[in-house]
Design a protein around this ligand. Structure first.
Ligand code: ADP
Length: 333
């Protein structure tokens, strides 16, 4: 539904986005993650042509936005809502008028505005706050106003620029839940940029990992947690799914330390106890956790196996067959 084709954005001395190609599906929540300076924000702003790509095309429902005049772009932009880290509300206007502002800009009549704003306020859980000013609201409430304003003209796409980065963890969860509900009930495609892997884990369906203006990895969110391919993705995964073993434990090991990833159903199977029954090895659990990503279990376990070399190797082969991934962290290779 949204095509990013060979998009490059160059500033004088910097190539902020470097030949990016992505297809974003209708109704998906698509995350773009990367460290600061990776080019996420520039890429997001290229999508609604707040930044004109230096090269490449932005296709929305087959229409190439880069081929349109500025006037036509402004019209198309109404179909693309956007929310920001720092909300960008007008401090001198009430919540009602902040939302009404984008309806007015789209040429809606007073009657239409009077009818639409309360609907939007209800959608974001702020029905009783229409006459408040931004300064009277919490960060989470301000972002809810931002969301209501972004949805005012019934966009097909919502762009979220670090929308929860200025919020505390509990408020972040509630805003993410609201975005998820909007995606599910209104069928709006959401593209969000973030540097937080929790955000990706909690609501995204797919994710692109960016570094130096390029997409270095593109995957379903479950798969990136189960099997991150690049060092950068591994770093991001470890920020929420970390099982780093203290050096002390690794140094003091007597046996072979393996990390096992259990995907889907195998997360709930008793693979370890079956291994111990079948092979003459003993196992000591050093670390473990099960996370649920898009309601699918993803388990990680680090165990130390001791026993005769051949038996340990056979046990490793058996676990590798039964689970999806096993990595030897120390000991028998
Ligand atoms: P991110 O959102 O991942 O932090 P940005 O897209 O903001 O990354 O920035 C990518 C690179 O482009 C950075 O090196 C940044 O300094 C540069 N950049 C962004 N906007 C401009 C601009 N308007 N003029 C010059 N350089 C810019």
């Amino acid at each position: 539904m949204i095509g990013i084709e060979n998009v490059t954005k160059r500033y004088k001395h910097v190539t902020a986005v470097n030949d990016v190609n992505l297809t974003i599906r209708q109704r998906e929540i698509f995350g773009i993650i990367g460290y600061s300076g990776a080019g996420k924000s520039t890429l997001l702003r290229c999508l609604n042509l707040l930044e004109r790509p230096t090269e490449g095309k932005i296709l929305i429902d087959g229409k190439d936005l880069t081929a349109l005049s500025d006037r036509d772009v402004r019209k198309e932009r109404q179909k693309i809502g956007m929310i920001f880290q720092h909300f960008h509300l007008i401090s001198s206007k009430t919540v009602f008028d902040n939302i009404a502002f984008s309806l007015k800009a789209a040429g809606k009549t007073k009657e239409e505005i009077k009818k639409r704003v309360p609907e939007l306020l209800e959608m974001v859980g702020l029905s009783d706050r229409g006459d408040h000013y931004p300064a009277q609201l919490s960060g989470g409430q301000k972002q809810r106003v931002g969301i209501a304003r972004a949805l005012a003209n019934e966009p097909k796409v919502l762009l979220c620029d670090e929308a929860t980065s200025a919020l505390d963890p509990t408020t972040t969860k509630s805003i993410l839940q609201l975005l998820k509900t909007i995606n599910e009930t209104l069928g709006i495609t959401i593209i969000l940029i973030t540097h937080e892997m929790e955000v990706v884990r909690d609501i995204c369906h797919r994710v692109a990992v960016m570094e130096n203006g390029k997409v270095v990895e593109l995957a379903d969110v479950y798969d990136i947690f189960a099997n991150p391919k690049t060092a950068l993705s591994k770093q991001f995964v470890q920020t929420v799914h970390s099982l780093a073993l203290p050096e002390r434990l690794l140094a003091a090991r007597k046996g072979t330390i393996v990390q096992i990833i259990f995907q889907g159903d195998s997360a709930e199977e008793a693979v370890i106890s079956e291994t111990l029954r079948q092979f003459d090895v003993s196992a000591n659990i050093l670390h473990g956790q099960i996370s649920y990503i898009q309601d699918r279990p993803l388990g990680t376990l680090i165990i130390e196996m001791t026993g005769n070399h051949a038996e340990v190797q056979q046990a490793i082969d058996y676990i590798t067959k039964r689970t999806n991934l096993l990595e030897v962290l120390a000991g028998v290779a």
